[in-house]
Design a protein around this ligand. Structure first.
Ligand SMILES: Cc1cc2nc3c(=O)[nH]c(=O)nc-3n(C[C@H](O)[C@H](O)[C@H](O)COP(=O)(O)O)c2cc1C
Length: 175
């Protein structure tokens, strides 16, 4: 997939549908060292905090990806066109702990432009991020009881990543 550099202020997305319908691969680790993992995510946000553009992701401690998020400073978020839905379903249902699910998915990891974490050649949008904050959800602060029912005490760890670079297909470049 051909991607161009997109200045963050010109990034054009349908932000809710991007998370809720299209999903992302969250990939963390070091491409050069061939030590990384990826998983599908659909909960998170994009915004501005501390005068920086950020992507916020939430990772349950039970995920293999969690270990990489703890160990490494950078991560990428990659969005894909519809034909890759099957790959995203696979990467969101199998664990990298149990085998080479990335090879099984058929996706091609490649170097990102500024971070050590890889992205994927097939992605139509890549956000390259550096962790700047983390926290853990506190169930005492859930004001809607329905939220707690989504957990088995495995509350997410929240990571804010400063977006350092964006590459994407032409239609992600707004005016
Ligand atoms: C559509 C979709 C969205 C998901 N979103 C998240 C998420 O936001 N946070 C999370 O911790 N797990 C999420 N998951 C679950 C992980 O992707 C899944 O458990 C994956 O197998 C973990 O892989 P790993 O053990 O290799 O890290 C999602 C799964 C799917 C299919």
């Amino acid at each position: 997939m051909d991607r161009i550099q997109i200045p963050i202020e010109k990034l054009q997305v349908k932000s809710h549908s991007l998370w809720d319908d299209q999903w992302f691969l969250l990939t963390c680790g070091d491409f050069q060292k061939r030590h990384f993992n990826t998983m599908t995510v659909s909960w998170g946000s994009l915004g501005t905090m501390w005068n920086k553009p950020f992507a916020m992701v939430v990772v349950r401690p039970t995920r293999y990806t969690y270990q990489f998020m703890e160990q490494y400073e950078t991560f990428t978020l990659c969005a894909f066109p519809e034909p890759y839905r099957k790959a995203l379903n696979l990467l969101g249902s199998k664990s990298g702990r149990d085998g080479d699910k990335i090879a099984e998915s058929g996706l091609t990891p490649e170097a990102a432009t500024v971070v050590y974490a890889p992205c994927f050649a097939e992605a139509e949008l890549v956000l390259e991020c550096r962790k700047i904050y983390w926290d853990d959800y506190d169930p005492a602060h859930f004001l809607d009881p329905a939220i707690d029912r989504l957990y088995r005490k495995d509350y997410h760890r929240i990571y804010f990543g400063e977006i350092l670079a964006v590459t994407g297909a032409n239609h992600f470049l707004g005016k």
